[in-house]
Design a protein around this ligand. Structure first.
Ligand SMILES: Cc1cc2nc3c(=O)[nH]c(=O)nc-3n(C[C@H](O)[C@H](O)[C@H](O)COP(=O)(O)O)c2cc1C
Length: 254
């Protein structure tokens, strides 16, 4: 069974690739947040978590979900995270969460994919040639992950921590989560065509088109995935002034 979260589709690509190769069920975390269910795994069924790295860690939504997941028969637990560059101490955070559940994590991999974070100066989507290269490398990396998972290998970790991992995860991350995961700076510009795609696509159901202006309004449940920004057909959605002139990216089946 694979539980996943995605904003722009990178992690969905990973979850789907695993699901097809392993024959395991795929569940989108926001779809089951309210469900009061105990998941029973069959003999030999793996329990996997797939998510994008946010601020050198596990997205809060995903971390809370895993910590509270009701599941029976979790014998083989793994995670695959996607990142634009590096993951800091994401592995250690996942191992801590797993320890609190008495799970022994067998495999943890990071797959570098096109970057989606654009909300601070100096951060933008990748140039087309970098995007292409990352997507092609990701396929090779997924083959490696799939082989390990098919063999039920244990002790396989390759999570691309990068430089200054401790500083990024322990110092920058809490600041980021406190001040930068907020929908307040989101707004639409006058080129909004009122198509409602942002409302339809927000995984948290956090966007409504205003009854007065027919333009998007954001509620309190934003997790910062930027799906609204990246999928807007006219690039009308902006995050304060920091996204001005920046690119959009969404995973498309290669
Ligand atoms: C809020 C936010 C924070 C991010 N933080 C990081 C990070 O710390 N390190 C990194 O390499 N990429 C970071 N990224 C980029 C994403 O992890 C990466 O592009 C990922 O593949 C996106 O996956 P998705 O398409 O499934 O949402 C961040 C993206 C967002 C939206």
């Amino acid at each position: 069974m694979i539980f996943y979260f995605t904003g722009s589709g990178n992690s969905e690509y990973v979850a789907n690739a695993l699901s097809v190769a392993l024959g395991d069920r795929c569940v989108f975390i926001p779809d089951v947040l309210e469900a009061d269910v105990t998941y029973e795994l069959a003999d030999g069924e793996r329990l996997g978590f797939v998510f994008p790295v946010y601020a050198w860690g596990v997205p809060e939504l995903v971390a809370k979900f895993i910590a509270n997941l009701s599941v029976k028969g979790a014998e083989y637990v793994y995670f695959v995270c996607t990142c634009g560059d590096d993951t800091g101490k994401t592995k250690e955070q996942m191992l801590d969460i797993a320890r609190s559940r008495n799970w022994n994590v067998a495999l943890g991999y990071a797959v570098q994919m096109p970057n989606t974070y654009v909300c601070l100066p100096g951060f933008d989507v990748d140039a087309p040639e970098v995007e292409k290269q990352k997507l092609s490398n990701a396929k090779v990396r997924m083959d490696e992950v799939i082989l390990h998972l098919k063999n039920y290998d244990r002790g396989c970790f390759d999570t691309l921590p990068g430089a200054m991992a401790w500083f990024k995860s322990a110092v920058a991350r809490p600041f980021f989560n406190k001040y930068l995961i907020t929908a307040k700076p989101f707004h639409s510009q006058d080129n909004c065509i009122h198509c409602g795609r942002c409302e339809k696509e927000c995984p948290m159901g956090n966007i409504k088109l205003s009854a007065v202006s027919s333009r998007p309004e954001w509620g309190e449940r934003c997790v910062g995935c930027l799906r609204c920004y990246h999928l807007c057909p006219t690039n009308s959605i902006q995050y304060g002034t920091f996204t001005k002139g920046k690119g959009q990216y969404c995973y498309k089946k290669q």
